[in-house]
Design a binder for this molecule. Sequence first.
Ligand SMILES: NC(=O)C1=CN([C@@H]2O[C@H](COP(=O)(O)OP(=O)(O)OC[C@H]3O[C@@H](n4cnc5c(N)ncnc54)[C@H](O)[C@@H]3O)[C@@H](O)[C@H]2O)C=CC1
Ligand SMILES: NCC(=O)COP(=O)(O)O
Length: 359
Amino acid sequence: MSNKVKIGISIGDVNGIGLEVILKTFAESKMLDYCTPIVYGHTKVASFHRKVLNFGELMFNVISNAADANPRKVNMINAWEEDVKIDLGIANETGGKYALLSLQKATDDLVSGAIDALVTAPINKNNIQSENFSFPGHTEYLQERSGSSDVLMFLISETLRVGVVTGHIPVLEVPQAITKEKIVKKIQLINESLKKDFWIEKPKIAILGLNPHASDNGLLGKEEAEIISPAIQEAFDKGIICFGPYPADGFFGNGTYKKFDAVLAMYHDQGLIPFKTIAFDTGVNYTAGLKFVRTSPDHGTGYDIAGKNLADPTSFMEAVFAAVHIVEHRREQESLLKNQLRSGGKLIETASDVKDDAN
Ligand SMILES: NC(=O)C1=CN([C@@H]2O[C@H](COP(=O)(O)OP(=O)(O)OC[C@H]3O[C@@H](n4cnc5c(N)ncnc54)[C@H](O)[C@@H]3O)[C@@H](O)[C@H]2O)C=CC1
Ligand SMILES: NCC(=O)COP(=O)(O)O
């Protein structure tokens, strides 16, 4: 039996660029050296995209169960039977319906352990809403399917990793949603993920303020003094190397972010605007804190370029690599722990070790 990581792939909105980046990624035969892909969609939908994009043949190995996946082929599980009308570049009910069928089937296999990780192609968060799906995005849906009490939207790239305290909520609700407990929990999720998933032994984490200039000592808001600073102190007392709150603009403007292993932003756009400005082409969206591994490209459905052969597959490809690496890191760590071995002489540290290091 192959030990290669089995990556399940949900196809996202059939009217967007999801299938284009999937086809482009696996047209690269070297990808099969790293993983065994299983796409949850339909061969007819994939053929439609292939023809529109004028791609050469990419043969799928059609299987009924993930257990039958061929490690030398791009596997496809047909997640429905009927023909689907594709309207490239259009946000409609069909796009949402089949995105959900694909996601549900792939997630069933993820939860049961039939696949090792899930890479999700982009959905439209609006047209996927139905009586079976009332979540603002994959992150919240997968949190529920995982049964995790909290998760972290964590955008990762070579140069910058950014997590967010609040995710898919209206900006108006951000200040009320930011609590000391939530910030501490998100700092812990970042810290655990950096250690477990990225093998950074002593991660350094920066926390941003909420208000302009991190409130300038209370002149421009009170959240820094009343909520964010006490949260940073509490996390630090728990042995996590974390600093802040930093004024968000200058922090990215002068490159301070390069001194940290990760940054915690207070809300979605505060973190994702600098992230996408710096790393849109290669960035990956990782959901930390799930009981399984899920990544996705950092872009959306790209309706404006759907079917035009303009979609860059790099972010999707990086999402596949990130999922493979994270699964392998976790496997290796589990086997180290099982064998009671110590990594670099020191796998488990005490809180005081960490504080010593920070000083
Ligand atoms: N993980 C997910 O499922 C995500 C879903 N979305 C959803 O996607 C939909 C569209 O969102 P937008 O804000 O328009 O973001 P978008 O990322 O789809 O598009 C923004 C701009 O970037 C371009 N672009 C995106 N991906 C590209 C690629 N691979 N290569 C070249 N150019 C690319 C698009 O053509 C567009 O001009 C929304 O419904 C949003 O909710 C957005 C982000 C993540
Ligand atoms: N921009 C990141 C984002 O929207 C993540 O969405 P999802 O992965 O939760 O669907």
